[in-house]
Write a protein that binds this ligand. Structure first.
Ligand code: 1GP
Length: 242
């Protein structure tokens, strides 16, 4: 049975992003998931801009589902990462860029597969934010929205909302030096009617709390959990502003 994840403008939820290449380390996987039931995570995301063994994603999802009862959604860098074992998918159009392959191309290839797998689809306007190059920039061959240009971010997100996308994901990119600014989060949160996902470079509870205060509805933690799995136990229910 598929577990459905929902997101609204009043939510303050947390997602753990698993890069399938890190999860080859079984000790790491077990350490992370032994704590997750005590933590405040609401969603597991799986994927990345470059995955060396996408054919192992289905097996990884099965393992994760044996270790926790959270919904597992795909965060795919390309159509090779689509798995029938997931509950759903962030169906992302890379709206900060102008590469047709990531605006609509991969989607056309993946749509019949996603439908036949019965995945829950969250139509997502995906925006890369930042001045330094990350894997996401390089792999997508797109330019990011500059860190200090909230007006461009807002206009882009408004266009996505007008086109009917259901959430905006502002991403500094995995392991980014700087996550999207509080100012940018606040402006978009105030102006949009759809929920806001924020990720990229978030490593501390302070950053999480500030992003929530400024209007993020879902915060994604990836690299911090890879490098320091004990962050999971630090993010216990009582420690987060809800
Ligand atoms: C990357 O937003 C996600 O696409 C998570 O970023 O790995 O820096 O947490 P981090």
């Amino acid at each position: 049975m598929k577990l459905e994840f929902t997101l609204t403008k009043s939510d303050k939820k947390l997602a753990l992003l698993i890069d399938p290449d890190w999860a080859k380390d079984k000790e790491w996987l077990i350490e992370v998931f032994s704590e997750i039931k005590y933590s405040e995570f609401d969603l597991i995301l799986i994927g990345g801009s470059l995955v060396f063994e996408p054919d192992k994603i289905s097996q990884l999802i099965t393992e994760i589902k044996s270790l926790c009862d959270l919904p597992v959604y795909l965060f795919p860098g390309n159509v090779n990462q689509v798995s029938k074992n997931a509950d759903g998918i962030l169906f992302m159009s890379l709206i900060s860029g102008r590469n047709p392959e990531f605006l609509i191309g991969q989607h056309v290839t993946g749509a019949p597969l996603i439908r036949s797998y019965g995945l829950h689809v969250i139509p997502t306007g995906y925006m890369i934010i930042g001045n330094t190059q990350t894997s996401a920039h390089y792999m997508s061959q797109t330019q990011a929205i500059p860190y200090n240009k909230p007006d461009i971010a807002l206009a882009t997100a408004l266009a996505a909302e007008m086109l009917g996308l259901k959430v905006i994901y502002m991403d500094g990119g995995s392991g980014a030096d700087r996550s999207p600014s509080n100012k940018m989060i606040k402006i978009l949160s105030n102006e949009l009617t759809i929920p806001l996902i924020v990720g990229g470079g978030i490593q501390s509870r302070k950053q999480i709390d500030e992003s929530f205060e400024n209007g993020a509805n879902l915060i994604v933690i990836g690299t911090a959990a890879e490098k320091r799995p004990d962050i999971i136990s630090e993010l216990r229910t009582s420690s987060l502003m809800k």
